[in-house]
Write a protein of this length. Structure first.
Length: 340
């Protein structure tokens, strides 16, 4: 009798893409939020994100300006202030998403983290954990405390998602800590999804991890791209836990002037009282005749129509000047790519 051994599933294998509704989530080490707030907002909008996990925010307990700006711009920020130089983690989300911070009972020494749940209509309960491990912290202590965090998450309800800057070179097969980390994920049945370098100098440091079982929603469309915000690359992906409708609908009225024939309009004006020679009128009477006649002609040739549209609720800071600058930048980027 022969025994066939089934190999353990690699924690670095990506799950297949799916067409089910999903939250688009970003993961970025920003190396300070306070002096990059506009860049972060622009990146959030450019990538059409629902949630952005940020590490090394450098936010402190007394910082009130950045949270106030984000709230004014229509975002929700949940942050855990840094404990010392560097550090700090945060979750930035659309205000339409219900994000509730979770009280932490576990207080590790080797890393800092923020835990919160995302809930809402058409959305499976999602447990978000943003983690940052300083490079100077004990790797062995981190593995022990990280295993405790995983065990705690396994006992909680909802679909957990771990992301952040782990400062472990998971791409290096010769790195003992990376191998131990991989074995831990396999033993606990969790999966790591990032394979590409996430830092300018190389190294896969910024990770995305979730449970590796059939009941866990899949992760798809994983992308790693250079970011103008810091020396870390930005990670984006879709987590298929559903997606609540964030856009409001409103009714607008307009005329389809593109289909209006200039010749028909000219003919109707000439045939109207406006095209006839009449005795001089009072100013108010002339203005009334002008308005009523043109209104009648337009209603006939180009009637008012009602349409239901989605209201994007663009933040006040995103004006025409911002849009023009974005178009100019994209044009320059395309021109640069053609020269290569």
């Amino acid at each position: 009798m022969s025994i066939v051994q089934t190999p353990l599933r690699s924690p670095f294998k990506k799950l297949p893409s799916t067409q089910h509704p999903a939250l688009k989530i970003g993961n970025l080490n920003c190396r300070s939020m306070n002096n990059k707030i506009l860049d972060i907002l622009e990146y959030f909008r450019e990538m059409n994100l629902d949630i952005l996990a940020l590490t090394e925010t450098w936010l402190e307990d007394g910082d009130i300006v950045t949270p106030a700006i984000l709230k004014e711009c229509g975002f929700t920020l949940h942050a855990s202030s840094r404990r010392k130089r560097g550090g700090g983690v945060a979750l930035l989300a659309k205000s339409s998403l219900k994000i509730l911070p979770t009280k932490r009972r576990f207080k590790p020494k080797s890393f800092e983290y923020l835990e919160a749940t995302a809930e809402g209509p058409n959305l499976l309960k999602t447990r978000l954990v943003v983690l940052y491990r300083p490079p100077s912290s004990s790797k062995q202590e981190f593995l022990t405390e990280f295993e405790e965090l995983i065990a705690a998450l396994n006992e909680k309800t909802g679909h957990p998602l771990l992301l952040g800057d782990f400062n472990i070179h998971v791409e290096d097969d010769c790195d003992r800590t990376a191998r131990d980390f991989e074995e831990l994920l396999i033993d606990e049945r969790w999966m790591q999804h990032i394979e590409d370098p996430t830092h300018e100098q190389g190294g896969t440091l910024d990770l995305v991890i979730n449970r590796d079982d059939e009941s866990s929603p899949p992760i798809s469309d994983v992308e790693v791209a250079k970011s103008p915000i810091s020396d870390h690359y930005a990670v984006t992906f879709r987590f298929h836990v559903g997606k609540p409708s964030a856009l409001k609908k409103k009714v607008v009225t307009n005329r389809n002037m593109k289909d209006l024939s200039i010749e028909d309009l000219s003919t109707r004006i000439i045939e109207s009282p406006l095209g006839q020679v009449v005795r001089p009128r009072e100013l108010d009477e002339s203005v009334q005749l002008y308005n009523e006649t043109l209104q009648s002609i337009l209603d006939d040739l180009c009637p008012i129509e009602q349409r239901v549209i989605k209201d994007n609720d663009n933040p006040y800071w995103y004006n025409e000047e911002c849009a023009a600058s974005k178009r100019k930048r994209r044009k320059a980027e395309k021109k640069k790519k053609k020269k290569k």
